[in-house]
Design a protein around this ligand. Structure first.
Ligand SMILES: [Zn+2]
Ligand SMILES: [Zn+2]
Length: 241
């Protein structure tokens, strides 16, 4: 785990057969008001929590888990992490919170074939991804947490309730799986995904000044070239309409 910029820590995903999303821990440690961004794949809960402990961060200081979206590779080990920090609230966009609260886990699996693979591989029982959500985000909120201000951006297309978190002060964007380094974008063929919506979301992100890009997978970028997101959107435009 490394500090990317002041108050933003990076825990790299441990990809195996199925990818494991990165986790970001945000907030000034002295604030004792830290937020876990995303969880990761099934079985990766201990790795994520131990990475945080190894940095000398007190688990009591983690007050909430915010999900960029609820695909399996991000929410798979949420229950494992909740066991270790049961006091932490769970925040996510309402469009993914409401189905999950009712036990509708289609967004988690993305496609029915993947459900079968996961149930066989990991022995997952039906209902394993029913969660109570403490705060349902809409997009447009300014989250004043941990001595920082994170703007919530609703950026659907990769999944219906995908959110980005943006810190204007440090020009840091956590876009989930909407946009990655190296001109890559998230897939848009899973349950609730939508190409034109993804294009609109990318165009909205392109309006932000972003220097530090912290996506859900692959490498992070600390000196993003100006216009990077716009260029990425343009490269993918013809596939997204
Ligand atoms: Zn995803
Ligand atoms: Zn992912």
């Amino acid at each position: 785990m490394v500090e990317v910029t002041e108050g933003v820590y990076f825990i790299q995903g441990q990809d195996e057969m199925i990818p494991d999303s990165h986790v970001y821990l945000v907030g000034e440690p002295s604030s004792k008001d830290l937020s876990f961004i995303d969880a990761g794949m099934i079985g990766k809960g201990d790795y994520k929590v131990n990475s945080i402990k190894n940095l000398g961060i007190q688990l009591e200081d983690i007050k909430r888990i915010i999900m960029t979206h609820t695909h399996m590779d991000h929410i798979g080990c949420l229950a494992e992490i909740q066991e270790q920090i049961p006091w932490a609230e769970l925040w996510m966009h309402t469009l993914e919170a409401e189905p999950l609260e009712q036990g509708d886990d289609r967004v988690v699996y993305g496609m029915e074939m993947f459900r079968g693979i996961c149930e066989m591989q990991y022995g997952i029982k039906p209902g394993a991804f029913k969660f109570q959500v403490d705060r349902k985000l809409q997009g447009g909120e300014n989250l004043e947490v941990g001595g920082m201000t994170w703007e919530v951006l609703h950026i659907p297309g990769h999944s219906p309730g995908s959110i980005g978190l943006y810190d204007r002060a440090s020009k840091t964007l956590i876009p989930g799986d909407v946009v990655y380094a190296d001109y890559a974008i998230g897939r848009f063929d899973l349950h609730g995904a939508n190409g034109p919506e993804l294009k609109d979301s990318l165009m909205r992100l392109a309006e932000l000044e972003v220097e530090i890009l912290l996506p859900g997978h692959n490498r992070i970028v600390k000196d993003l070239p100006e216009g990077y997101i716009l260029q990425t959107a343009r490269q993918w435009e013809m596939y997204l309409s």
